[in-house]
Design a protein. Structure first.
Length: 384
């Protein structure tokens, strides 16, 4: 997609707007060798921020390699280790001989081997000759550090969908082990091999890093704030001008409010408006584009609602109607929530399903702005 509004991949350069302060903070932390944590709801610009920061650092003269690994679809430690090891080795090696040499040198004494036949048939750089243990896990996590020390090439290790470690059947032991390994890195080693953890399930990430207290003083959290509405409006106006179209800034201010400055939603919305209009973009075009957005996302919204119990739906309705003191007798009676103990269970359930979260003041936030709009208008038919 080469249009003015890109929403199918991360963006850098002229398409990356706002978040200059977050970019500077991230760049400074990485330059100092600090491991970094970034989590926010899906499609809020985590990868765009990271890639733009890498771009800026390279422009400034810093040299480094980046190994990206994702936990998406991984449910056990061994699968993660093999995928992680393959990713790291492919960053520094290209030929079978180089792979064989690297495995024998940097993974000596571990259960990992390079099998030329498996590589030829399945394109897997490493395999396990026996069941892996904790020593093997440490060997694979520290693999990029040993290669960096030997080659002098600095590397950043990006692990995406980090919250999926909680889906392993080991009750968080992999996270505990990873945390203990990273704590052993010296400041010099952290500068050579720096880790970046990202997650798209806010409450699951909070469970790991806040409630369980793992990785304390091992990673620095970089919060992602909403992009300033003025920056978004300027960007969208310029995007429409590319195709000779004009839109009132006040209309775009309403769009920013509806989508809570979620740039992915806004790019998708603007792209639809662009395809529907010629010349001047009026409010009816925006309403039609919004209907199309709802049509695209409504099936997953309905599936979300279908997964909720009657009690959970009642609490969600109370949140959407602006209530905050859910354990008050008035709210419990009005929404049939039974008891304050049941309210606590319902809050935890909605958080577990990543529908809501609570801020530092214990105020509820519906995580998806378009879902919030749809649920209010179409599901519960709440006025106002």
């Amino acid at each position: 997609m080469n249009g003015a509004f890109i929403y199918n991949k991360y963006v850098t350069g002229k398409h990356h707007i706002g978040r200059k302060s977050e970019g500077m903070i991230l760049s400074n932390l990485l330059s100092q060798g600090e491991n970094v944590l970034i989590y926010e709801t899906p499609k809020t610009g985590k990868m765009s921020l990271i890639q733009q920061t890498f771009y800026n650092m390279r422009i400034a003269g810093e040299q480094f390699e980046v190994a990206e690994s994702s936990l998406l679809g991984i449910r056990d430690r061994e699968t993660f280790m093999l995928k992680f090891g393959n990713t790291v080795l492919r960053l520094f090696c290209t030929t079978p001989d180089e792979y064989a040499s690297a495995v024998s040198t940097y993974l000596e004494g571990s259960s990992f081997v390079f099998d030329e036949e498996v590589f030829a048939n399945e394109d897997k750089v490493i395999t396990l000759k026996e069941d892996a243990n904790e020593a093997d896990f440490k060997a694979i996590i520290t693999l990029p550090l040993r290669i960096a020390e030997a080659t002098g090439k600095r590397c950043f290790i990006l692990i995406k969908e980090f919250q999926d470690f909680l889906l392993f059947s080991d009750d968080g032991k992999t996270c505990i082990l990873l945390s203990s390994i990273l704590k052993e890195f010296t400041p010099e080693q952290k500068k050579l091999c720096t880790f970046i953890f990202t997650g798209s399930q806010v409450n699951a990430m909070k469970e790991i890093f806040e409630q369980r207290g793992l990785f304390h003083r091992t990673v620095e959290h970089v919060p992602i704030n909403p992009i300033d509405a003025k920056d978004i409006i300027d960007y969208v106006v310029k995007g429409f001008l590319v195709s000779g179209k004009v839109i009132e800034r006040d209309l775009l201010l309403g769009v920013c409010k509806l989508f809570r400055q979620n740039i992915w939603y806004i790019n998708h919305f603007a792209s639809i408006c662009d395809s529907l209009s010629k010349g001047y973009i009026m409010e009816p075009v925006l309403l039609e584009a919004l209907d199309m957005m709802i049509s695209i996302h409504e099936p997953r919204f309905i599936a979300t609602m279908d997964s909720l119990t009657t009690f959970q739906l009642s609490l969600l309705k109370a949140i959407l109607e602006g209530h905050q003191k859910f354990s008050s007798s008035e709210v419990i009676s009005k929404y049939g929530l039974n008891s304050s103990a049941n309210v606590l269970r319902l809050k935890n359930a909605l958080c577990k399903k990543e529908i809501i979260t609570f801020d530092s003041m214990d105020m509820p936030i519906v995580l998806d702005p378009l879902f919030e709009y749809w649920a209010k208008k179409y599901y519960f038919e709440i006025n106002g």
